[in-house]
Design a binder for this molecule. Sequence first.
Ligand code: PBG
Ligand code: ZN
Length: 329
Amino acid sequence: MSMGFPDVRLRRLRRTSMLRAMFDSAPPSPAKFVWPVFLVEGDNRKEPISSMPGQSRMSADELLRALHPVAEQGVGGVLLFGQTEGGKDEGGSGAFDDTGVVQRALPLIKRAFPDLVVMTDVCLCAYTRHGHCGPLGRDGQVDNDAANGLLSRVAVSHAAAGADVVAPSAMMDGQVAAIREALAENSLENTLLMSYSTKFASSMYGPFREAENSAPSAGDRKGYQASFANLRAALRESQLDEAEGADILMVKPALFYLDVLARLRDRTDLPLAAYNVSGEYSMLHAAAEQGYGELYAMARESLTALARAGADIILSYWAPFYTRIFGKQ
Ligand code: PBG
Ligand code: ZN
């Protein structure tokens, strides 16, 4: 008997749907998913984001309403993004204002959904007038070390308000160490620190920047976010954040970077997050709209790829549609 065709026929293992179900990996469970949401000030506000079908900016009361069906499906967590209307300045101080939208929403969410893992994005770009992720130095570049001081204040204000996980996304050198130390100094040693450790300067963040009103008014983020053409530097970014004390590492965006995810999976024993970003979500909607593919089937295929590549958790705008995508678990 040969080790190949015609004795070996792989189609035998996938001949019927029950055989396929038996040998396929289980889909990632809803507990693995985190829904990123955009908070705005006020009450009764639910404003659809035109570039992200199915997603809205919400005031805290509307978010609480929207979370019921999401929690019901067993989705594991939410990732909160805040913004300010009229409160931008050079250093993004609104990001660590104790009366900011994120700080105010945290206790409300924790009270209504005690089991939900509540994460917060820690950055300054939605709060700086120039839209960069930290204050600008004299040379016009983001001042790394000054940014770290401000990011630490943001993280502490979120953790003190009840965040389970703080997630710095500014791509400053040393931001993880600075935040870890600030949390410890404030007796917040149980707060998890999820670093956006390998975050690329990507063209896939466009819809998000519309939602967050956080596009840089001049220049781009290539001086601080990683280059997609430099694999070794991308891996070093995550390895350094592990050494600085991150609890969870991340690759962002996700779908164009499955190689990075798979390599990191081999190099670290930390949990790995994949951030399935706004452009990756919206491009499937755009394709489906054009009739180029079935929306939820494309979503299922892309999310399965992230789990297969090694993601432990998936941050995705698809999270509220879990049951539509994967069926009832
Ligand atoms: C801000 C931030 C961005 C995203 C998450 N945090 C945008 C950026 O870096 O410009 C992108 C998320 C998405 O596109 O879904 N630091
Ligand atoms: Zn930022």
